[in-house]
Design a protein around this ligand. Structure first.
Ligand SMILES: Cc1cc2nc3c(=O)[nH]c(=O)nc-3n(C[C@H](O)[C@H](O)[C@H](O)COP(=O)(O)OP(=O)(O)OC[C@H]3O[C@@H](n4cnc5c(N)ncnc54)[C@H](O)[C@@H]3O)c2cc1C
Length: 501
């Protein structure tokens, strides 16, 4: 494309959403993606006849107050894709408890109080607090000047944010709930956000969890690639261009301002190509962006990000089943299985530093919904747990493959104890690690959710969409407001609005 207005580096959900919105508003968008398909983590692939979902278990929200609704409506997403609501928030299994948590505030409160009647006050407090925090964040003005004008009235306008904004989830839950089994059951899905309750930001947790309790969880029928393909097609239909198999190697600057990019086809044979544009949007991970900048601008960006801590990665055991597995004793779409010696929240929840024989995990059974995955007459599921790339670095290819096989066996054996007979139904198994995510998306450490959602890095303190380098913006899980499908999509939206304003 000649003379684009905007060049976007990376075709993950953040880049695709920003690109689609900017193209709709009349900007000439050129999106450059290194992989052979758009989507980044929002992708599917085919194996042995199975359609495998690489990432998405469920996406929060889509209720009337969810800002994603407006974005999807503006981009015509609802007319082209089907979102399947999953039947419950999750099932949680420990050695003492087996509970199904509804995806609805009133029903969830009722269920938790029924199971833990002595903790009614704490249960009500956690639900009212997460919703109040979410409402206050939603009310924050995106306009900086307005925000500054509101500063003197902050405690009155945003009491929860002021008094709870600096707390961690663990600290807050300990202050209102005593029973450790209840803590585990209430917080079972928090490893989707981070692996340590004692650093996880209460604000970030509240944003996401409140959205799940208000709108439930959804899967995209046919897999997340459908959303990525739709957004890429939208950019093309609005006079934009999506170039695949091409890696941006450098961001060009003049007088301190980003003015273009240099890129190469991934096979490296073709010459470097240069595109100039008035605005550059980086969807690629922010630490990679720093490496693409010339020295002076790199230093400027590094000064902003050097203290930020990255988040966690995940390991997925993709499983193709010979047939529908609904005859097995599994009632839920997603089941969180805690380690058998989980006597307290801190012992029970997955931590990337515990062994795979006791690291908690989630099993997602896509056959519980009309997912459009799997293969004719067969079904598909995934075991997922937190992961660290240093588990996998430095191994030879053989040692890497053997370790993946061992880890898959350990986790499947543990799943078998909760869902007897499931291992007999398996036809195909493949493991994706933190290393796999890094290889396909470039995310350092295989971290798909960017900088950790810990206190001091979340909510209003998140890395801004406008970078310190004029002309360069961020639209990804690494920037405001954070990771996950919702985080990346909103990041694209915030980024597009910053550019247009
Ligand atoms: C296993 C797994 C399960 C998940 N499950 C869920 C879930 O159930 N619910 C949920 O909400 N979220 C889930 N997530 C998280 C969610 O998928 C991610 O947070 C989100 O998709 C990240 O989007 P992004 O736009 O920030 O970037 P990414 O998806 O990381 O995409 C970045 C893109 O930039 C490209 N790129 C990088 N460098 C360059 C370069 N130099 N030149 C050109 N292109 C480049 C990459 O190839 C990639 O396509 C999951 C993630 C994983 C990995």
């Amino acid at each position: 494309m000649k003379n684009p207005d905007i060049v976007i580096i990376g075709g993950g959900l953040g880049g695709l959403t920003a690109g689609a919105l900017l193209a709709k508003r009349g900007k000439k968008v050129l999106l450059i993606e290194q992989h052979s398909v758009p989507g980044g983590c929002a992708t599917t692939f085919r194996r042995r006849g199975f359609l495998v979902e690489a990432g998405l278990h469920e996406m929060d929200g889509l209720d009337s107050g969810d800002p994603k609704r407006r974005i999807f409506e503006e981009l015509g997403v609802f007319e082209h894709l089907e979102f399947i609501r999953v039947p419950e928030l999750y099932r949680v299994v420990t050695s003492k408890t087996d509970l199904v948590v509804p995806d609805n505030t009133e029903k969830a409160i009722e269920m938790f109080i029924g199971a833990f009647p002595d903790e009614e006050k704490g249960i009500r407090a956690i639900f009212s607090t997460i919703h109040a925090i979410r409402d206050e964040v939603d009310r924050l003005p995106s306009n900086r000047t307005l925000l500054m004008l509101q500063l003197p009235f902050f405690p009155l306008l945003y009491p929860k944010l002021v008094f709870m904004g600096n707390r961690t989830l663990g600290e807050f839950v300990d202050s209102i709930i005593v029973n450790e089994e209840l803590k585990i059951a209430l917080l079972a899905n928090y490893p989707y956000y981070h692996d340590d309750p004692d650093t996880l930001s209460l604000v970030y947790y509240s944003m996401a969890q409140s959205s799940y309790y208000r709108g439930g969880g959804h899967f995209i029928k046919g897999g997340s690639q459908r959303l990525s393909d739709y957004l890429a097609g939208f950019i093309q239909a609005h006079e934009g261009e999506v170039v695949l198999d091409t890696r941006v190697t450098r961001i060009l600057t003049e007088h301190g301002r980003a003015v273009g990019v240099a890129c190469r086809k991934r096979n490296g044979i073709e010459e470097e190509q240069v595109f100039r544009a008035e605005t550059i949007v980086a969807n690629a991970a922010v630490p990679l962006v720093a490496e693409m900048l010339p020295d002076a601008e790199r230093m400027l960006l590094n000064r902003r990000i050097s203290g930020l801590k990255p988040g966690i990665s995940w390991l997925s055991v993709y499983i193709g089943f010979k047939r529908d597995i609904s005859h097995l004793n599994n009632s839920a779409y997603s089941t969180f299985i805690m380690s058998e010696d989980a006597s307290t929240l801190r012992r029970g929840i997955p931590s990337a530093s515990s062994g795979f024989d006791r690291r908690g995990f989630v099993f997602v059974d896509y056959s519980r919904i009309d997912s459009g995955l799997g293969a004719e007459g067969k079904s598909f599921g995934v075991i997922c747990t937190v992961d660290r790339i240093d588990e996998w670095n430095g191994l030879t290819e053989d040692a890497y493959r053997e370790k993946k096989e061992r880890v898959a066996k350990t986790l499947i054996d543990r799943l078998e104890r909760t869902i007897p007979g499931i291992s007999q139904e398996i036809e195909y198994v493949e493991v994706g690690t933190a290393r796999t995510i890094q290889r396909f998306t470039g995310n350092p450490g295989g971290i798909a959710t960017g900088y950790a959602q810990i206190k001091g890095q979340s909510g209003p303190k998140r890395l801004e969409n406008r970078s310190p380098v004029p002309g360069l913006f961020f639209a990804s899980a690494w920037a405001n407001p954070g990771g996950g499908f919702t985080g990346a999509i909103l990041s694209g939206w915030f980024c597009a609005n910053e550019i247009l304003s």
